[in-house]
Design a protein around this ligand. Sequence first.
Ligand SMILES: Cc1cc2nc3c(=O)[nH]c(=O)nc-3n(C[C@H](O)[C@H](O)[C@H](O)COP(=O)(O)OP(=O)(O)OC[C@H]3O[C@@H](n4cnc5c(N)ncnc54)[C@H](O)[C@@H]3O)c2cc1C
Length: 318
Amino acid sequence: MDKTKEFYDVVIIGGGSAGLTAGIYCGRAKLNTLIIEKSLIGGLATYTNEVENYPGFPEKITGTELMNLFHKQAKKFGVKFKQTPVRAVNLTHERKTVETFRNIYEAKAVIIASGGKPRLTNAPNEEKFLYGKGISFCATCDAAANIDKTVMVVGNGDSAIEEGIFLTKFAKKVIVSVTRDVGNLKCHHAAKEEAFKNKKMEFIWNTRVHSFESKGEFLEKVILKNTKNDKLLSFKVDTCFLFIGYNPDTEIFKNIVNMTSDGYIPTNEKMETNIKGVYCVGDARNKSLRQISTAVNDGAIAGYYAEKYISENGNRTK
Ligand SMILES: Cc1cc2nc3c(=O)[nH]c(=O)nc-3n(C[C@H](O)[C@H](O)[C@H](O)COP(=O)(O)OP(=O)(O)OC[C@H]3O[C@@H](n4cnc5c(N)ncnc54)[C@H](O)[C@@H]3O)c2cc1C
């Protein structure tokens, strides 16, 4: 099958908060802009029931409502949308190509906004309690809902321990499930010292999640299994926070764009990757805080510099 060719100033891969913001900036700068989204427009934010920390919405807003507004604003500035996965890219030449099942899109600039997903334990019943039903991946987002409650943190790296310490400011107890032997955490030394001094934190060593349990809709218990003696341990918790890693959705850019060993794409302050005219924004980018507000920041900067790059380097299609 011969693929149809279309031409754009900018193609944005991923229609989450970062990609939509980049789209708003490119569209408003009168660039001929296409956003390609393989699944839900709005991305990961649409899984969040209540967004309480995005400025401008003191009465709370659901992730879907917020993303619908982003989408509407991008469409207002003439951004076009295609709902299909990007399968391959060729980014090294001045004219870059982005390939889907039926089409080849040629662009002067490409913005990678493909995000990622938090890693799961794959224990039984996990899917049932994801996103607002008791399993969380974001202490910044869900700590305030756990004042004086008992929570569990699964993980023992920097983010697990730092977020666990943060959660002690809200919860009455933070149980930490650690796969390693007593006293052995993978996080940096200062966090380890602080965590061991914190009276609200209780470490359950040599354990993995065996299952998530509840008689109702919301998570009630986490069952841990001791990996040394196979004993099952049951914990009543209000929320279980999983900090066992994050998988950036950057597989199709491997060996094309520079990335870290865990798949994040480094950029400079202009969101430029190592390839001229190729930008990376949002959760796929190598950075420390992954939030809607930081995705918006990245998208705005990339949109601004993509416009400058295109104006300086060639004719715009509009
Ligand atoms: C449970 C949870 C709760 C959260 N709560 C909050 C909160 O309250 N406040 C807050 O600020 N942040 C919150 N966050 C973080 C926030 O959701 C993310 O930081 C933000 O959505 C990242 O936006 P993004 O555009 O970079 O990525 P995403 O939203 O992940 O968007 C990337 C998009 O790219 C698409 N894509 C990937 N590969 C391809 C491809 N090959 N072709 C086409 N499309 C592709 C994906 O389908 C996806 O839609 C939360 C995160 C989680 C997991």
